[in-house]
Write a protein that binds this ligand. Structure first.
Ligand code: PEP
Ligand code: MN
Length: 388
C-alpha cells in the first residue's frame, strides 16, 4: 500500500481487453464466493516434494497440452494424457534412479499469452485467441470477443477435471500459467486459523516468459501465496534478472517454493544457461531447475504451421543435463507439451512425423504437442541422459 492507503498499481501485461468492467467485477465477486479448487494440504505436500527435488533427491515431470479447451471430450483427453505422464514418470524414475513428481499442465491451463494481439486471415483482422478462459478459437468477431463469463466456465471446467484426476489410480497434481489476474486474485484464499495465503486455482502455478517483469502483478501474486511457483526463463533473461526475481518471489528462501523453468532453445542453451546457473548457485538460494525444451525450439514452416522437432527437444534436454552436471547443480526435471492422442504437430520420433504429415492431424489450440509415441521417445531418451 502507498502512504495514501491505495494499492500500488502494478504493471499487468497480457491481460485481455474485457469489454465491460461491471460484468468483469460481477464475475470476480462470484469467483470470490466459490470454494477453493485445491486443498492447502495438497499444495503444501507438493511444495515439500519439490523441495526434495531442489535438494537433488527427486525430479519434477510437468506435462500436458499448451492450451486446454473446454468440454467433456477434452477432459477425457486430459485423463489419457495424465495416465501417459504417469508412465513417463516411471521411465524417467528408472533411468535417473530418483523419485519423480508428476504434475499436469491441466485442470486450469485455459489462458494464453500472445506475441501478437491480433490474427489476420485472408485480409480479416481479429483479436488473437487467448485461451478458452477468455475467447474462442473460431475465427469470427463473436468468438474472439473476450467474455468474462468464460472465467466462471474455467472454474467449473477445472473443478470437473480435478474430480476426474482424483479418481485416477495414480493422480497428478495440477498446474497452469497464472496469467489472468482477475481470475487468479479472486481465487486467492487466506486460512482464517493459520493466516497462510494460497492460490486456490491449482497446486502449482507459473509465470510465463512474457509476464515475468520484476515490477509486475504476476510476480507480486507469486510472492504473496504459499504455492510452489515456476518462472519461465527465456534467452533474454540475465543472471541479475533471475536474482531479482528470486529475491522478490522467495525472500524467505523457502525450499520448494521456486522453480526456474528454462526454455532457451537447443541452439542457445550452451551460451546462456551456464551464466544463469552460476549466478544463482553462488547466491545459495534453493531453486529447482527444470528444462522446458519446447518453447525455445518452435519453428514456423513455409506454409505457416508452428512445429518443433523431437531432435531439437532431445538436444536441449541433453545439454541441460550436461551443463548442470558440469556446474555441480541438479538438473531437476522436465516441462513438456504433449497429448496422448496421435496428433501430427511435432516432427520426428521413432514413428516419424514428417513435414508433409503436419496437416493430417493438427488439433492443438495453440502450440505443437508431442504425440504419445514422441512423448515416450522423449521420456526414454531423457531417462538415458539422466542415467549417465
Ligand atoms: C507456455 O508454456 O505455453 C508458454 C506460453 O510458455 P512461455 O511463457 O515459456 O513462452
Ligand atoms: Mn505453449
Amino acid at each position: 500500500m502507498t502512504p495514501g492507503g491505495t494499492a500500488r498499481v502494478l504493471r499487468a501485461d497480457q491481460q485481455p481487453d474485457w469489454p465491460d468492467p461491471d460484468h468483469l467485477h460481477r464475475v470476480a465477486a462470484t469467483l470470490r464466493s466459490r470454494r477453493a479448487l485445491v486443498a492447502q494440504e495438497e499444495v503444501d505436500a507438493l511444495r515439500r516434494r519439490l523441495a526434495e527435488a531442489a535438494a537433488g533427491r527427486a525430479l519434477l515431470l510437468q506435462g500436458g497440452p499448451c492450451a486446454e479447451i473446454f468440454g467433456a471430450p477434452a477432459r477425457h483427453e486430459t485423463e489419457q494424457t495424465m495416465a501417459m505422464l504417469g508412465r513417463m514418470a516411471s521411465t524417467l524414475s528408472e533411468g535417473a534412479e530418483l523419485p519423480v513428481v508428476a504434475v499436469g499442465r491441466v485442470a486450469g491451463q485455459y489462458a494464453k499469452p500472445r506475441s501478437r494481439t491480433t490474427e489476420q486471415r485472408h485480409g480479416t483482422v481479429l483479436p488473437a485467441y487467448r485461451g478458452d478462459a477468455v475467447n474462442g478459437t473460431g475465427f469470427s468477431a463473436r468468438e474472439r470477443a473476450a467474455d468474462p463469463d468464460r472465467l466462471l466456465r474455467a472454474y467449473d471446467e477445472s473443478a470437473a477435471a480435478l474430480r476426474r484426476l482424483r479418481s485416477m489410480a495414480q493422480w497428478c497434481y495440477s498446474s497452469h500459467e497464472a496469467l489472468l489476474l482477475d481470475y487468479e486474485n479472486s481465487l486467492v484464499r487466506t486460512d482464517p486459523d493459520t493466516r497462510r495465503t494460497y492460490a486456490s486455482s491449482g497446486h502449482m502455478l507459473w509465470i510465463g516468459e512474457r509476464t515475468r517483469h520484476p515490477d509486475c502483478a504476476h510476480v507480486e501474486l507469486a510472492a504473496r501465496v504459499n504455492n510452489p511457483f515456476g518462472v519461465k526463463v527465456g534467452p533474454s533473461a540475465t543472471p541479475d534478472d533471475l536474482l531479482d526475481l528470486i529475491t522478490r518471489i522467495n525472500p524467505e528462501r523457502t525450499p520448494g517454493k521456486l522453480t526456474l523453468i528454462t526454455r532457451l532453445g537447443a541452439d542457445r542453451i550452451e551460451d546462456v544457461l551456464p551464466a544463469l546457473v552460476d549466478k544463482v548457485r553462488l547466491a545459495e538460494v534453493p531453486v529447482l531447475w527444470v528444462c522446458d525444451p519446447m518453447h525455445g525450439n518452435t519453428n514456423v514452416t513455409e506454409t505457416g504451421t508452428k512445429t518443433r522437432s523431437v531432435a531439437d527437444i532431445v538436444a536441449e534436454i541433453r545439454a541441460f543435463v550436461g551443463i548442470h552436471r558440469q556446474l555441480g547443480t541438479h538438473p531437476g526435471g522436465l516441462h513438456l507439451e504433449m497429448t496422448a492422442h496421435a496428433v501430427t504437430e511435432c516432427l520426428g520420433g521413432t514413428e516419424p512425423v514428417r513435414a508433409e504429415d503436419l496437416g493430417k492431424n493438427y488439433t492443438s489450440a495453440c502450440d505443437p504437442r508431442l504425440n504419445a509415441g514422441q512423448a515416450a521417445d522423449v521420456a526414454s531418451l531423457a531417462a538415458e541422459a539422466w542415467a549417465h
